[in-house]
Design a protein around this ligand. Structure first.
Ligand code: SF4
Length: 462
């Protein structure tokens, strides 16, 4: 008697539990792996129970993130026992130079660094053989997205050429590698065609796009396009226009060539919003941080940007209490936030990251001083932010709806161009005055701003 070896199409596919931690860049890695798993016929879930294997995509940026990632791996091992680890923490060395994850959790089946879809898939194949009958047709052309359907992150490059002294990302992710412009634009088109209304461009340094390939000419739709920020933004704006979709730029440094993108913002083709991680304002601190564009005159640059595009909203992040920061240097930072009229500011109290060069700098400040400066910074930054928000009361703005239970008949939640998802404020939408007016998630509505509440606005859909 021969054994029947034909695939059992009725059997349920092997299930991979997937846990995604970390930043938007890690999220796009997760999306690539999930897409590949589905393309190969694996079922995926967020639950350990009933899974044949667990993949944990980790973050290793700050010590809290390392702890969260290590705890999650421990939890997955306890609940399931078969665990593959990927992401930034996977590239991190432990005390004796060996792999940190393997030292803490020797039972993990495999460990890879970030953006390692193929390596993760190889490890999955070793431990849970690929199902026989991949249901390719079930994979949406846009891949698996972890964000809601109406917005998506578009990663344009990996790695970073800078060596900021507080950061270990370049040692984990390597130097800048720009994605080919044709691929980036093709992904953007697919996302818009699948219903994405807001595209968030991300990388470690968006303004450096194309530097590594000397702004090489690529091709999209048979047309030559340069691998360069301005060309990228222009083409993204062209792709977004027929869908009425937004394009938002994150992680842009204040380099002179960014000025060229501002006219696109003034024309409303790219959102007049820039996420510029200044980190500090005093030139000596910026030098100790080895920040990109540390020699630039940032106040003048911001003034020029606002001259070209008066609606520009600037979000930024800062570090208070960096090693050696004097009270006078900190005061320069406080003055900068006020003078620069930063719309949205986040601030971390400096915290040493294992392996970062800043740990060796003289003048490490006591934790209490770092925290106290962070609190003082936030008080000033919030006052600027709240005053700017209040000036919006009475204006009519376009709002992208994120939540609208019962078709928004009782109101909902949305965002204006000034609010990036997850990091900025929101707009609380009131019950529309007109009974016939409904709100739908992923659609735009005009709304009259009636109040400012902390970091948020309240608006009446019209
Ligand atoms: S620019 Fe600096 S902070 Fe940002 S990833 Fe590169 S080294 Fe890190």
């Amino acid at each position: 008697m021969t054994q029947d070896t034909s695939p059992d199409v009725a059997a349920s596919p092997p299930k991979i539990a997937f846990i995604s931690l970390g930043c938007p860049k890690a999220l796009t890695d997760s999306e690539l792996i999930l897409t590949q798993l589905s393309a190969e016929g694996y079922a995926t879930s967020k639950q350990y129970a009933g899974a044949d294997l667990v993949v944990v995509n980790t973050c290793g940026f700050i010590d809290d993130a390392v702890k969260e990632s290590l705890d999650t791996i421990g939890e997955a091992l306890a609940a399931n026992g078969r665990v593959i680890v990927t992401g930034c923490l996977g590239a991190k060395a432990g005390q004796d130079g060996g792999n940190l994850v393997q030292q803490v959790h020797p039972k993990v089946l495999a460990v890879t660094g970030p953006h390692a879809t193929q390596e993760v898939m190889d490890a999955v194949h070793r431990h849970v053989p690929r199902p026989h009958d991949p249901f390719m047709d079930l994979v949406p052309s846009v891949g698996i997205k972890l964000t809601p359907r109406h917005y998506a992150y578009l990663k344009i490059s990996e790695g970073c050429n800078h060596r900021c002294t507080f950061c270990i990302i370049p040692s984990m992710r390597g130097d800048l590698v720009s994605r080919p412009i044709g691929d980036v634009l093709a992904d953007a088109r697919t996302l818009f065609e699948s219903g994405v209304k807001e595209l968030l461009v991300i990388s470690q340094d968006t303004s450096a796009y194309g530097v590594d390939v000397k702004y090489r000419t690529g091709f999209f739709d048979g047309q030559p396009v340069k691998t360069r920020l301005l060309d990228l933004c222009t083409r993204l704006a062209d792709l977004a226009a027929p869908h009425g979709a937004w394009v938002r730029l994150h992680y842009v440094y204040p380099y002179p060539h960014v000025d060229d993108v501002l006219p696109l913002m003034a024309e409303g083709r790219v959102l007049p919003y820039l996420d510029v991680p200044f980190q500090h304002a005093h030139p000596d601190v910026l030098k100790r941080m080895k920040r990109p564009a540390s020699g630039e005159r940032n106040l003048e640059r911001l003034a020029r940007w606002r001259e070209i595009c008066p609606e520009l909203v600037v979000r930024s992040t800062f570090i208070a209490g960096f090693p050696g920061e004097t009270e006078a240097e900190f005061q320069t930072l406080l003055d900068f936030v006020q003078e620069a009229q930063i719309d949205r500011a986040g601030c971390f109290a400096y915290s040493p990251v294992q392996g970062a060069a800043a740990n060796e700098l003289p003048g490490q400040l006591p934790q209490q001083v770092r925290e106290e400066r962070r609190a003082r910074f936030m008080a000033v930054a919030e006052a600027v932010s709240v005053a700017k928000l209040r000036r919006r009361v009475g204006a009519t703005m376009q709002v992208l709806v994120d939540q609208a239970p019962a078709l928004g008949r009782k109101g909902g939640v949305g965002r204006t161009y000034a609010d990036a998802p997850e990091i900025d404020g929101q707009v609380r939408l009131l019950q529309p005055e007109k009974v016939s007016k409904t709100l739908k998630v992923g659609e735009f509505t005009r709304a009259r701003i009636v109040a400012a509440e902390g970091h948020d606005l309240v608006a009446l859909p019209i």
